[in-house]
Design a protein around this ligand. Sequence first.
Ligand SMILES: CCCCCCCCCCCCCC(=O)SCCNC(=O)CCNC(=O)[C@H](O)C(C)(C)COP(=O)(O)OP(=O)(O)OC[C@H]1O[C@@H](n2cnc3c(N)ncnc32)[C@H](O)[C@@H]1OP(=O)(O)O
Length: 236
Amino acid sequence: MRDDELFSFEDARQRLGESFDPLPVPAIPPADPDLDRVVVELRRLRDASAALAMSEVELGDIADRLGEVASLLESRVAGPADRLETMWKGAGTRRSNPVSGPENPIAPPVDFVGCDDGSVMATVTLGPAYQGPPGCVHGGISALIIDHMMGLANHWGGRYGMTAHYELDYRSPTPLLQPLTFRCWVHEVDGRKTWTHGTIHAGDRLCVEARGLFLEASVPVPGQPGTRSTVADGSQ
Ligand SMILES: CCCCCCCCCCCCCC(=O)SCCNC(=O)CCNC(=O)[C@H](O)C(C)(C)COP(=O)(O)OP(=O)(O)OC[C@H]1O[C@@H](n2cnc3c(N)ncnc32)[C@H](O)[C@@H]1OP(=O)(O)O
């Protein structure tokens, strides 16, 4: 089988046949608007600090003022264990995950769309905070985003599971500061196993292709003794 056949959506859809049973990819519900604003401002700081020139800029005053704000924020923070619990309440990790979560400053963020062909798509432009090779996206960042998107694609295809095996081929450099198209879709299912594929393109150029094996599994939920959650189920 050639690579371009392996990564065909129509092929995936035909393989899945009647087991293709899309679930909605729901919008992330609003929570505390001020918390979301805090994260928006933190992302501005992230992007501005990643783009700072190395010289000729007086930063001492800014560092002092940021330190004051950081101390203020720290004074409002519950312990990390408490946070692990609240991450699983309400919208769960849809609000806090490191790829699309509006409560997570390290999320670029990436916004997803569920498509009629069974794939999940996103277009995102990544800045210097995500650099690996010169002018290019860090390979681990590509891997993070696709792994998460595969979880969404599984959900969109009526499946769920923990990543058991995951592999990527970096086919060509993935540029920063240009729109990138991410696409993931369920390729094949067999009992508890779901094989999911994904790509990143810059324009028409293939940058990354990925394959993951996901296994249905349940994990204990922090702060909810006796409760187990399927990864990527509706509670996320
Ligand atoms: C609501 C809106 C939507 C929300 C969506 C949110 C999306 C969020 C998405 C977030 C996504 C983020 C994603 C993340 O970050 S997921 C986090 C990263 N993943 C993990 O931490 C998983 C850690 N691993 C485990 O917990 C276990 O190993 C699991 C549960 C996966 C399997 O342990 P379990 O004890 O259950 O299984 P088994 O050992 O009996 O094996 C069963 C079968 O599987 C085959 N096998 C096993 N391993 C491998 C392997 N590596 N390669 C090839 N095959 C493998 C094995 O041969 C056997 O085959 P067979 O003999 O039956 O034929």
